[in-house]
Design a protein around this ligand. Structure first.
Ligand SMILES: *Cc1c(COP(=O)(O)O)cnc(C)c1O
Length: 387
Protein backbone atom coordinates (compact mmCIF):
# COMPACT_ATOMS: atom_id res chain seq x y z
CA UNK A 1 0.00 0.00 0.00
CA UNK A 2 1.48 3.35 -0.96
CA UNK A 3 1.52 6.15 1.60
CA UNK A 4 0.21 9.67 1.01
CA UNK A 5 2.67 12.00 -0.70
CA UNK A 6 4.86 13.87 1.77
CA UNK A 7 5.25 17.42 0.43
CA UNK A 8 8.62 19.17 0.49
CA UNK A 9 7.19 21.95 2.70
CA UNK A 10 3.99 22.82 4.53
CA UNK A 11 3.12 25.69 6.88
CA UNK A 12 1.85 25.01 10.41
CA UNK A 13 -1.21 27.18 10.99
CA UNK A 14 -3.02 26.75 14.31
CA UNK A 15 -6.41 27.69 15.72
CA UNK A 16 -5.06 30.93 17.22
CA UNK A 17 -3.94 32.12 13.78
CA UNK A 18 -7.32 31.17 12.28
CA UNK A 19 -9.24 32.92 15.08
CA UNK A 20 -7.11 36.06 14.72
CA UNK A 21 -7.72 36.18 10.95
CA UNK A 22 -11.46 35.75 11.49
CA UNK A 23 -11.37 38.51 14.11
CA UNK A 24 -9.61 40.75 11.58
CA UNK A 25 -12.22 40.01 8.92
CA UNK A 26 -15.03 40.81 11.37
CA UNK A 27 -13.30 44.00 12.54
CA UNK A 28 -13.73 45.66 9.17
CA UNK A 29 -10.02 46.59 9.10
CA UNK A 30 -8.55 44.28 6.47
CA UNK A 31 -5.68 46.35 5.07
CA UNK A 32 -2.74 47.86 7.02
CA UNK A 33 -3.95 48.91 10.46
CA UNK A 34 -3.70 48.16 14.17
CA UNK A 35 -2.63 44.52 13.81
CA UNK A 36 0.21 45.38 11.44
CA UNK A 37 1.41 47.95 13.99
CA UNK A 38 1.19 45.33 16.77
CA UNK A 39 3.07 42.83 14.62
CA UNK A 40 5.87 45.35 14.03
CA UNK A 41 6.09 46.05 17.78
CA UNK A 42 6.08 42.33 18.61
CA UNK A 43 8.88 41.77 16.09
CA UNK A 44 10.99 44.53 17.66
CA UNK A 45 10.38 42.96 21.08
CA UNK A 46 11.39 39.57 19.71
CA UNK A 47 14.68 41.05 18.48
CA UNK A 48 15.07 42.54 21.94
CA UNK A 49 16.43 45.89 20.84
CA UNK A 50 14.48 49.09 21.58
CA UNK A 51 16.57 50.99 18.97
CA UNK A 52 15.29 48.81 16.17
CA UNK A 53 12.52 49.84 13.80
CA UNK A 54 10.49 47.10 12.17
CA UNK A 55 8.66 47.89 8.95
CA UNK A 56 6.16 45.27 7.78
CA UNK A 57 5.97 44.73 4.03
CA UNK A 58 4.11 42.39 1.71
CA UNK A 59 7.23 40.36 0.80
CA UNK A 60 10.93 40.14 1.56
CA UNK A 61 11.53 41.10 -2.05
CA UNK A 62 9.68 44.37 -1.35
CA UNK A 63 11.71 44.87 1.83
CA UNK A 64 15.02 44.37 0.03
CA UNK A 65 13.95 46.79 -2.69
CA UNK A 66 12.94 49.42 -0.09
CA UNK A 67 16.19 48.99 1.86
CA UNK A 68 18.39 49.42 -1.23
CA UNK A 69 16.29 52.37 -2.42
CA UNK A 70 16.58 54.02 0.98
CA UNK A 71 20.38 53.78 1.02
CA UNK A 72 20.44 55.42 -2.39
CA UNK A 73 21.40 52.56 -4.71
CA UNK A 74 20.95 53.66 -8.33
CA UNK A 75 22.27 53.50 -11.88
CA UNK A 76 26.05 53.08 -12.06
CA UNK A 77 26.28 51.43 -8.65
CA UNK A 78 27.33 47.84 -7.98
CA UNK A 79 25.99 45.56 -5.27
CA UNK A 80 27.89 42.38 -4.40
CA UNK A 81 25.94 39.24 -3.54
CA UNK A 82 26.15 35.44 -3.74
CA UNK A 83 25.35 33.44 -6.85
CA UNK A 84 23.95 30.74 -4.57
CA UNK A 85 20.58 32.34 -3.85
CA UNK A 86 17.07 32.94 -5.09
CA UNK A 87 16.71 35.54 -7.83
CA UNK A 88 14.78 37.89 -5.51
CA UNK A 89 18.04 38.74 -3.72
CA UNK A 90 19.54 40.12 -6.92
CA UNK A 91 16.56 41.33 -8.95
CA UNK A 92 15.89 44.22 -6.57
CA UNK A 93 19.29 45.68 -7.47
CA UNK A 94 18.20 45.72 -11.11
CA UNK A 95 14.86 47.39 -10.19
CA UNK A 96 17.01 50.37 -9.19
CA UNK A 97 19.11 50.30 -12.37
CA UNK A 98 22.24 49.24 -10.49
CA UNK A 99 24.41 46.24 -11.34
CA UNK A 100 24.75 42.92 -9.53
CA UNK A 101 28.21 41.48 -8.95
CA UNK A 102 27.91 37.78 -8.14
CA UNK A 103 30.57 35.93 -6.16
CA UNK A 104 31.07 32.30 -5.17
CA UNK A 105 30.36 30.59 -1.87
CA UNK A 106 32.67 29.10 0.74
CA UNK A 107 31.89 25.38 0.31
CA UNK A 108 32.27 24.75 4.04
CA UNK A 109 29.39 27.13 4.92
CA UNK A 110 27.55 27.45 1.57
CA UNK A 111 27.49 31.18 2.37
CA UNK A 112 29.09 34.03 0.42
CA UNK A 113 32.89 33.95 0.81
CA UNK A 114 34.00 37.23 2.44
CA UNK A 115 37.43 37.00 0.73
CA UNK A 116 35.74 36.93 -2.66
CA UNK A 117 33.56 39.87 -1.65
CA UNK A 118 36.64 41.94 -0.90
CA UNK A 119 38.26 40.88 -4.19
CA UNK A 120 35.13 41.95 -6.13
CA UNK A 121 35.09 45.54 -4.84
CA UNK A 122 35.48 48.25 -7.50
CA UNK A 123 35.15 52.04 -7.39
CA UNK A 124 31.45 51.51 -8.30
CA UNK A 125 30.68 49.17 -5.39
CA UNK A 126 28.10 50.65 -3.01
CA UNK A 127 26.78 47.74 -0.99
CA UNK A 128 27.14 44.10 0.06
CA UNK A 129 24.03 41.91 0.16
CA UNK A 130 24.81 38.70 2.10
CA UNK A 131 22.29 35.84 2.35
CA UNK A 132 22.17 33.63 5.44
CA UNK A 133 21.80 30.51 3.31
CA UNK A 134 19.55 27.74 4.68
CA UNK A 135 19.52 29.57 8.02
CA UNK A 136 23.22 29.45 8.88
CA UNK A 137 24.62 32.89 9.69
CA UNK A 138 27.05 34.52 7.29
CA UNK A 139 30.32 35.62 8.92
CA UNK A 140 28.89 39.09 9.51
CA UNK A 141 31.93 40.25 11.46
CA UNK A 142 34.04 39.77 8.33
CA UNK A 143 31.40 41.37 6.08
CA UNK A 144 30.92 44.38 8.37
CA UNK A 145 34.68 44.79 8.67
CA UNK A 146 35.08 44.83 4.86
CA UNK A 147 32.19 47.31 4.59
CA UNK A 148 33.76 49.60 7.19
CA UNK A 149 37.17 49.56 5.54
CA UNK A 150 35.75 50.27 2.07
CA UNK A 151 32.92 52.62 3.04
CA UNK A 152 30.16 50.26 1.84
CA UNK A 153 26.60 49.70 3.01
CA UNK A 154 25.31 46.27 4.07
CA UNK A 155 21.78 44.92 3.61
CA UNK A 156 21.17 41.36 4.85
CA UNK A 157 18.84 38.94 3.07
CA UNK A 158 17.58 37.09 6.14
CA UNK A 159 14.75 35.31 4.33
CA UNK A 160 16.01 32.03 5.86
CA UNK A 161 17.36 33.39 9.12
CA UNK A 162 14.65 33.63 11.78
CA UNK A 163 15.75 32.93 14.53
CA UNK A 164 19.39 32.47 13.46
CA UNK A 165 22.10 33.76 15.79
CA UNK A 166 25.76 34.70 15.42
CA UNK A 167 27.88 35.06 18.57
CA UNK A 168 24.57 34.66 20.43
CA UNK A 169 23.05 37.75 18.76
CA UNK A 170 19.97 37.37 16.60
CA UNK A 171 20.39 38.11 12.90
CA UNK A 172 18.72 41.49 12.49
CA UNK A 173 20.70 43.01 15.36
CA UNK A 174 24.22 42.62 13.96
CA UNK A 175 24.73 46.25 12.97
CA UNK A 176 24.23 46.24 9.20
CA UNK A 177 22.19 49.02 7.56
CA UNK A 178 19.12 46.81 7.25
CA UNK A 179 18.00 43.19 7.51
CA UNK A 180 15.02 41.70 5.69
CA UNK A 181 13.04 38.62 6.79
CA UNK A 182 10.54 36.66 4.68
CA UNK A 183 7.19 35.23 5.76
CA UNK A 184 6.55 33.41 2.50
CA UNK A 185 4.56 30.15 2.81
CA UNK A 186 7.57 27.84 3.24
CA UNK A 187 9.75 30.00 5.51
CA UNK A 188 10.28 29.40 9.26
CA UNK A 189 7.11 31.41 9.95
CA UNK A 190 4.50 32.60 7.49
CA UNK A 191 1.94 35.30 6.88
CA UNK A 192 1.02 33.75 3.51
CA UNK A 193 3.06 36.43 1.81
CA UNK A 194 4.96 38.99 3.84
CA UNK A 195 8.25 40.32 5.09
CA UNK A 196 9.88 42.57 7.69
CA UNK A 197 12.50 45.24 7.09
CA UNK A 198 14.52 45.83 10.25
CA UNK A 199 16.90 48.73 10.80
CA UNK A 200 18.47 50.91 13.49
CA UNK A 201 18.96 53.73 11.00
CA UNK A 202 16.17 56.28 11.60
CA UNK A 203 16.66 58.01 8.22
CA UNK A 204 16.50 54.70 6.36
CA UNK A 205 13.36 53.72 8.29
CA UNK A 206 11.70 57.03 7.49
CA UNK A 207 12.38 56.71 3.77
CA UNK A 208 11.27 53.04 3.66
CA UNK A 209 8.00 53.89 5.41
CA UNK A 210 7.26 56.66 2.90
CA UNK A 211 8.17 54.46 -0.09
CA UNK A 212 6.25 51.47 1.29
CA UNK A 213 2.98 53.27 0.57
CA UNK A 214 2.99 55.40 -2.59
CA UNK A 215 5.49 58.00 -1.36
CA UNK A 216 2.96 59.46 1.05
CA UNK A 217 4.60 61.59 3.72
CA UNK A 218 2.50 62.35 6.74
CA UNK A 219 5.40 63.88 8.68
CA UNK A 220 5.38 66.70 6.13
CA UNK A 221 2.54 68.32 8.00
CA UNK A 222 3.62 67.44 11.54
CA UNK A 223 4.28 71.08 12.28
CA UNK A 224 0.68 71.92 11.39
CA UNK A 225 -0.88 68.90 13.08
CA UNK A 226 -3.58 70.82 14.80
CA UNK A 227 -4.71 72.55 11.62
CA UNK A 228 -4.38 69.84 8.95
CA UNK A 229 -7.54 67.86 8.23
CA UNK A 230 -7.44 64.03 8.32
CA UNK A 231 -7.93 63.71 4.54
CA UNK A 232 -4.78 65.72 3.73
CA UNK A 233 -1.51 64.11 2.59
CA UNK A 234 1.53 64.94 0.50
CA UNK A 235 3.23 62.80 -2.16
CA UNK A 236 6.98 63.31 -1.96
CA UNK A 237 8.14 60.51 -4.30
CA UNK A 238 6.77 57.91 -6.75
CA UNK A 239 6.52 55.22 -4.06
CA UNK A 240 5.49 51.57 -4.14
CA UNK A 241 2.55 49.47 -2.92
CA UNK A 242 4.40 47.27 -0.43
CA UNK A 243 2.28 47.48 2.75
CA UNK A 244 1.32 44.32 4.70
CA UNK A 245 -2.39 43.71 5.34
CA UNK A 246 -3.87 43.21 8.83
CA UNK A 247 -5.12 39.82 7.61
CA UNK A 248 -1.50 38.76 7.06
CA UNK A 249 -0.31 40.47 10.27
CA UNK A 250 -2.97 38.47 12.19
CA UNK A 251 -1.15 35.30 11.12
CA UNK A 252 2.22 36.87 11.89
CA UNK A 253 1.31 37.79 15.48
CA UNK A 254 0.74 34.14 16.39
CA UNK A 255 3.40 32.59 14.14
CA UNK A 256 6.01 34.84 15.77
CA UNK A 257 4.97 33.66 19.27
CA UNK A 258 5.53 30.10 18.11
CA UNK A 259 9.02 30.70 16.68
CA UNK A 260 10.82 29.37 19.81
CA UNK A 261 8.78 26.13 19.73
CA UNK A 262 9.12 25.86 15.95
CA UNK A 263 12.88 26.21 16.37
CA UNK A 264 13.05 23.38 18.92
CA UNK A 265 11.21 21.08 16.50
CA UNK A 266 13.35 22.06 13.50
CA UNK A 267 16.52 21.50 15.51
CA UNK A 268 15.22 18.07 16.62
CA UNK A 269 14.53 16.99 13.04
CA UNK A 270 17.90 18.32 11.84
CA UNK A 271 19.75 16.46 14.59
CA UNK A 272 17.86 13.27 13.77
CA UNK A 273 18.87 13.58 10.10
CA UNK A 274 22.51 14.34 10.96
CA UNK A 275 22.72 11.26 13.15
CA UNK A 276 20.83 8.99 10.72
CA UNK A 277 22.98 9.91 7.71
CA UNK A 278 26.37 10.12 9.43
CA UNK A 279 27.60 6.80 8.00
CA UNK A 280 26.47 7.47 4.40
CA UNK A 281 28.49 8.92 1.49
CA UNK A 282 26.64 12.22 1.86
CA UNK A 283 28.06 15.62 2.76
CA UNK A 284 26.06 16.90 5.72
CA UNK A 285 25.00 20.54 5.86
CA UNK A 286 27.27 22.84 7.89
CA UNK A 287 26.12 23.46 11.46
CA UNK A 288 26.19 26.52 13.68
CA UNK A 289 28.99 26.67 16.22
CA UNK A 290 28.24 25.58 19.80
CA UNK A 291 25.95 28.11 21.48
CA UNK A 292 24.58 29.55 18.23
CA UNK A 293 21.31 28.81 16.43
CA UNK A 294 20.86 27.56 12.88
CA UNK A 295 17.24 28.21 11.89
CA UNK A 296 17.22 25.05 9.73
CA UNK A 297 14.96 26.64 7.14
CA UNK A 298 16.55 24.14 4.72
CA UNK A 299 18.29 20.81 5.14
CA UNK A 300 20.59 20.50 2.13
CA UNK A 301 22.32 17.19 1.41
CA UNK A 302 25.21 16.91 -1.03
CA UNK A 303 25.98 13.56 -2.67
CA UNK A 304 29.60 12.66 -2.03
CA UNK A 305 31.81 12.10 -5.09
CA UNK A 306 32.15 8.46 -4.05
CA UNK A 307 28.43 7.97 -4.68
CA UNK A 308 27.98 7.24 -8.37
CA UNK A 309 24.36 8.21 -8.52
CA UNK A 310 23.39 11.51 -10.17
CA UNK A 311 21.51 14.09 -8.13
CA UNK A 312 18.54 14.15 -10.53
CA UNK A 313 18.14 10.37 -10.25
CA UNK A 314 18.31 10.66 -6.45
CA UNK A 315 15.44 13.16 -6.44
CA UNK A 316 13.44 10.97 -8.83
CA UNK A 317 13.87 8.05 -6.43
CA UNK A 318 12.66 10.20 -3.54
CA UNK A 319 9.56 11.17 -5.53
CA UNK A 320 9.04 7.50 -6.46
CA UNK A 321 8.84 6.86 -2.70
CA UNK A 322 6.28 9.67 -2.32
CA UNK A 323 8.63 12.27 -0.86
CA UNK A 324 8.94 15.80 -2.22
CA UNK A 325 12.43 17.27 -2.55
CA UNK A 326 13.81 20.46 -4.05
CA UNK A 327 17.06 22.18 -5.06
CA UNK A 328 18.17 25.45 -3.44
CA UNK A 329 19.12 26.95 -5.74
CA UNK A 330 19.83 26.76 -9.41
CA UNK A 331 22.66 29.30 -9.01
CA UNK A 332 22.04 32.68 -10.56
CA UNK A 333 25.08 32.30 -12.84
CA UNK A 334 23.20 29.51 -14.65
CA UNK A 335 19.96 31.44 -15.08
CA UNK A 336 19.59 32.86 -18.60
CA UNK A 337 18.95 36.44 -17.52
CA UNK A 338 21.91 36.71 -15.13
CA UNK A 339 24.22 34.53 -17.23
CA UNK A 340 23.62 36.54 -20.40
CA UNK A 341 23.53 39.99 -18.84
CA UNK A 342 26.91 39.55 -17.18
CA UNK A 343 28.45 36.89 -19.47
CA UNK A 344 28.87 34.48 -16.55
CA UNK A 345 30.54 31.06 -16.79
CA UNK A 346 30.27 28.14 -14.31
CA UNK A 347 34.10 28.14 -13.97
CA UNK A 348 33.84 31.52 -12.21
CA UNK A 349 31.79 29.89 -9.44
CA UNK A 350 33.32 26.43 -8.91
CA UNK A 351 31.96 25.88 -5.38
CA UNK A 352 28.38 26.92 -6.07
CA UNK A 353 28.47 24.98 -9.34
CA UNK A 354 29.75 21.83 -7.62
CA UNK A 355 27.19 22.15 -4.82
CA UNK A 356 24.41 22.68 -7.33
CA UNK A 357 25.29 19.55 -9.29
CA UNK A 358 25.32 17.34 -6.17
CA UNK A 359 22.73 18.81 -3.82
CA UNK A 360 19.10 18.35 -2.88
CA UNK A 361 16.91 19.72 -0.09
CA UNK A 362 14.87 17.16 1.86
CA UNK A 363 11.69 17.95 3.82
CA UNK A 364 12.22 19.66 7.19
CA UNK A 365 9.25 21.44 8.70
CA UNK A 366 7.40 21.55 12.00
CA UNK A 367 4.23 19.96 10.65
CA UNK A 368 6.17 16.71 9.97
CA UNK A 369 5.43 13.86 12.39
CA UNK A 370 8.20 11.65 13.77
CA UNK A 371 6.92 8.97 11.39
CA UNK A 372 7.34 11.39 8.45
CA UNK A 373 10.94 12.06 9.52
CA UNK A 374 11.68 8.32 9.77
CA UNK A 375 10.10 7.81 6.36
CA UNK A 376 12.48 10.35 4.82
CA UNK A 377 15.43 8.69 6.58
CA UNK A 378 14.43 5.23 5.33
CA UNK A 379 14.06 6.53 1.77
CA UNK A 380 17.46 8.28 1.77
CA UNK A 381 19.21 5.23 3.26
CA UNK A 382 17.58 2.86 0.77
CA UNK A 383 18.50 5.03 -2.19
CA UNK A 384 22.12 5.43 -1.08
CA UNK A 385 22.68 1.82 -0.01
CA UNK A 386 20.62 -0.08 -2.61
CA UNK A 387 20.07 2.29 -5.50
C1 LIG B 1 12.12 33.49 -0.10
C2 LIG B 1 13.34 34.27 -0.40
C3 LIG B 1 13.30 35.63 -0.78
C4 LIG B 1 12.04 36.33 -1.12
O1 LIG B 1 11.08 36.30 -0.12
P1 LIG B 1 9.60 36.77 -0.49
O2 LIG B 1 9.00 37.05 0.85
O3 LIG B 1 8.95 35.63 -1.20
O4 LIG B 1 9.70 37.97 -1.35
C5 LIG B 1 14.49 36.32 -0.90
N1 LIG B 1 15.66 35.73 -0.71
C6 LIG B 1 15.76 34.42 -0.38
C7 LIG B 1 17.11 33.83 -0.16
C8 LIG B 1 14.60 33.65 -0.24
O5 LIG B 1 14.70 32.36 0.06
Amino acid sequence: MSQAFLPFALPEIGQEEIDEVVDTLRSGWVTTGPKTRRFEQAFAEFLGDPQIECIAVNSATAGLHLALEAIGIGPGDEVITTTHTFTATAEVVRYLGADVVLVDIDPSTMNIDPRLVEAAITPRTKAILPVHYAGLAVDMLAILDIARRHGLRVVEDAAHALPTTLEKELIGTMGSDATVFSFYANKTMTTGEGGMLVTRNAELAKRAKVMRLHGINRDAFDRFTAKVPSWYYEIVAPGFKYNLTDIAAALGLHQLKRIPAFQVRREQIAQRYLEAFADLPLVMPPQAVEGDTHSWHLFVLRLDDSLEMERDAFIEQMFARGIGCSVHYIPLHLQPYWRDRYGLKPEQFPHSQKAYERMLSIPLYTAMSDADVERVITAVREIVLAP
